[in-house]
Design a protein around this ligand. Sequence first.
Ligand SMILES: [Zn+2]
Length: 406
Amino acid sequence: MSDVPETAHTPDEFTINCLSDLVSMQTVTNTSNLGIIDYLEERLAPLGGEMHRSYDETGTKANLLVRLGPRTGPGLMLSGHTDVVPVAGQQWSTDPWTLRREADRLYGRGACDMKGYLACMVTVVETLARTAGLESLPGPLYLAFSYDEEIGTRGVQGLIAQFGELGYSAELCVVGEPTRMQVGAGHKSILQGTCTVTGSEAHSSLEPEAANALYGAARLITRLEEMEIAREADGPFDRRYGVPHSTVHAAVVEAGVALNIVPRTARFGFEFRCIPGEDPRDLLGEVRGFGEREVLPALSRRASAADIDWTVDIEGPGLDMADDDPAVARVMAAADAAAPVRMPYATEAGRFQLAGIPAVLCGPGNIEQAHKPDEYITLGDLARCERFLRTLLAAPPGATPPGATR
Ligand SMILES: [Zn+2]
């Protein structure tokens, strides 16, 4: 699907300027994000409220949680991550860290995923503070800015813990990942890891005396492929998803040092993305069990130190909100959306739901433009997001659909 230019709908110049500031900060995951956190704090400080940082163990990365407006009443949270994926190895037409405007598009790393949403958050709230005032809100407004989202939604866990410790509560959290302003009520869970098979080495002419770790790894990878094929054929299925079953994937294989040496170690990456009702840990258990029963005994007969080790590197819960949940209905109304959709990628929203905060995805930009060279967002999408946030914030408490709980 191509983006339709919407030059008739242009965002606030303040939003574009804010996005330009945010893009200029090179917040690639795993580097310090304290510059952008300082910027957001300075920018939001004049609005009053409370600011809380939660740091990672190195102290070089932080989440920022801001509470604005009234202290009591139904809480609303807007949430986004501050980190972006690297540009290394990508062919950009111009400097990825300088926002470039061309026709109805704004180019820059993070413009789509997801600094466009952050810029809308900041300027819509600033505008509301200048006009009706934040005390006019029906309850507390929380702005959440996280780190390390792109490597397993790691950072936001500290923010969610702090949110609970402070006694805060929210009846809705809108995570503004790029959905082209569609309303995402679900996404799959994810587990990514590394398997290391250990055998023993020998001159390749003495193969029978050694335990070839690559053969062991190959059998495990074939097992993963069989698990994938079984799910494609027999499910379980959730037809609300584009790929309507859990997926099993293997990639990045390393084994051996030379062709004339039996490889002592072999390593590969694996990934499970599960629909609601399936647990990635169960899929891991399945392939682990196969390894213990069918692969390890053969390796152990030739090498006493033979081993199969499974490491979980990234794990994130799925999001599964009912289509008729009041939180979903509220976002649908504000976004003027037709029907909720299910997203193929994992986000922080699953972690919010797991913590008891109803979470919904809705943000500007198309995920197809994310993570790529010449990443862009359209002016029309930014303008739609501003309208959405203004409507969401303006909705009086009575506009919350019946059944919503505090
Ligand atoms: Zn993102």
